[in-house]
Design a protein around this ligand. Sequence first.
Ligand SMILES: [Cu+2]
Length: 484
Amino acid sequence: MSTDNHNGKQSRRQFFKQAGLAGGALVGVAAATGVSRVAMAALPELVTQTSSETMPPLHPATGRAYNPVVTLNGWTLPWRMKQGVKEFHLVAEPVVREMAPGMKAHLWGYNGQSPGPTIEVVEGDRVRIFVTNRLPERTSVHWHGQRLPNGMDGVSGLTQPAIEPGKTFVYEFTARRPGTFMYHPHADEMTQMAMGMMGFWVTHPKGSNPLIDEVDRDFCFLLNAYDIDPGSYTPKTMTMLDFNLWSWNSRVFPGIDAFNVRQNDKVRLRIGNLTMTNHPIHVHGHEFAVTGTDGGPVPKTARWPEVTADIAVGQMRQIEFIADAEGDWAVHCHKSHHTMNAMGHTVPTMIGVDQSEVAEKISQLIPDYMAMGESGMADMADMHMPLPENTLPMMTGEGPFGSVEMGGMFSVLKVRKNQKPGDYSDPGWFKHPAGTVAKEYAGPVGEPVRKAASDGQSMPRAEKKAKPEDIEVHVRKPSGHSGH
Ligand SMILES: [Cu+2]
């Protein structure tokens, strides 16, 4: 047996072992379907993933050494070395993705999941990627951000013929630039990206690079969005603005795994945006720097501290920080509608509206009628109302202190003193030191002192006071469709 084949098998065996540790299930399709090894020898074995759990990092068994990434609720694609070339096999196909416990989506993806597996290579690697199309329509793969020969850029019609259903194409190029990239179709993009076809690509630096620091934890995920009607399974692909599921790697809170790190770890998050709007990603408790974009590493003199990084459509951002503060820190998109799950957006705002009279009248006709949203929507998170099948609550998630009232693009950075290096398992909730949690004040609370004096204002108030009924404005939100 040649060394190359042996290495390929070894990396796969190691991958099985690692996946087994994390409770995942990988299936070697060539073996499972009984296709002869001879017939498949020209292609690297097809490896598929059935789990939506975060897989442990895939340490390279062949090729140049590097410090692997961890894909949030995802995995890295094993490869084989063939005469010095790293060979991968991607299969575009319909998949079932659990977006959070209790909800599955019928998506399109690669090798069993959406997003597809992360591809990790090293600067200077010669890479060959076989792409098999098992979709009902033609596709292609564009290697977003890469320097490559024009004919490998994957724009169907422009740089190559589309890959028809049942066909396999081969892409080959040298990974010239280290950094954070992604892949996605450039054929019927509107449909295929709305259905979940995308994946991450990381090119690790060859040797040390003055602009790329070594980190202890390196996480990656893609921002994506779906419009799936409550009670249904398939995204509506014509939607342009009114998505109802805002996801990270096709997962929504509370189905997104936590970023589990050891205190004082240097942490890198690599984030790519393949939705149709921007996402300001906010990290609690720490300051970070944007250290790279899809264009490459950011010069050190051009970095500044942030706690929120806006990631525009089609962009990638690498952020880095020292996780020095112990605790459970929220990490989320700062658009408040992106941290909730499917809901109707045509609901009028009911805050401050006394619904008791109308509720009483309606309940005479409909016994189960419930008035909602009178003092905000949080009461809905505590209500356990019957939901249509395959539908997530709009705001949910139980924390150690009660309902988190979130959904969508929300997760937790868990920083622990005793997390072992290389251990990505969830340590559970943070145990706060005594006296460090906000608590109810038990003393008397007086009436507020109103600052009514007119001489304290730059624009003295007019003497004549308007009557309350003159200034009260009755507003009802328009009930038409509104974008986010
Ligand atoms: Cu967002």
